[in-house]
Design a binder for this molecule. Sequence first.
Ligand code: ZN
Length: 270
Amino acid sequence: MALEKTDAVILKSFPYGDTSKIARCYTREYGKISVIAKGVRKSKTLQSGYLEPLNCVEFLFYRNPKRQLQIFSKAEYKYLWRSLKSDIKKITYGFAVVELIDRSVTGEEPHEELFQLLVDVLNAINRCEGNLNLIYWFFVIHLLSLLGFRPHLSHCPRCHGKMESGFFSRVYGELMCKKCYGEAGMSDRISISRHESNSKFDGQGFVVKIRAINILKRLKRANVEKVDQITLNSGDRKEVGGFLNHYLRYHIEGFNQLKSFLVMEKLFTK
Ligand SMILES: [Zn+2]
């Protein structure tokens, strides 16, 4: 068993037995791993605090690739996200981000870009004085791209025609042009853009207007440092947020059950 060092974001942790703690972490070098910190809850060295969700730490652990649970040794902070952890809105968005990573990443497969996206986005949430939605959307669209589920925003994936207003098909999980959407046999059930992000609207799909598509394109190109400066009107939140939520529902299994997503819907969509 070798002593290894890695950067990690803690996704989830829980007590184990009377004195120990188990944490699930997304690491730069080893993908998603679980570690057990034995006896840490009664130790006086404060190492227990490092293994709380939304922490970014560098830690040492004893790694045995044949085991599912690795043995934590010690850690230090990479970032102290004080603002993120003292603001209920930021905490909720932060949890949504780590839950989505937890849900969409399965094994010990390192993914440098995805790890960096996670750290950059949590840093941006910590620093943000503007619109947290924009940072969350930025995360979602880049996460989808890195996982291979990038939505087609410029051209229809079926006929390759230029995308003006698009139609999202809940059957196929993709955005397509009006003609192809019609041909897919769903045009009679279109529920035109009256959806809300938490709606249970009827029909197999909905319109995504060109304005929302342009915002999605800007999010894809934007720098995470400046993404919260994009100006939105009151309809954009529903349009862009609604599209991304439905897209995630289709492509990420179990998205509907994410706790932070349910909290976010209750707190911030009224
Ligand atoms: Zn088409």
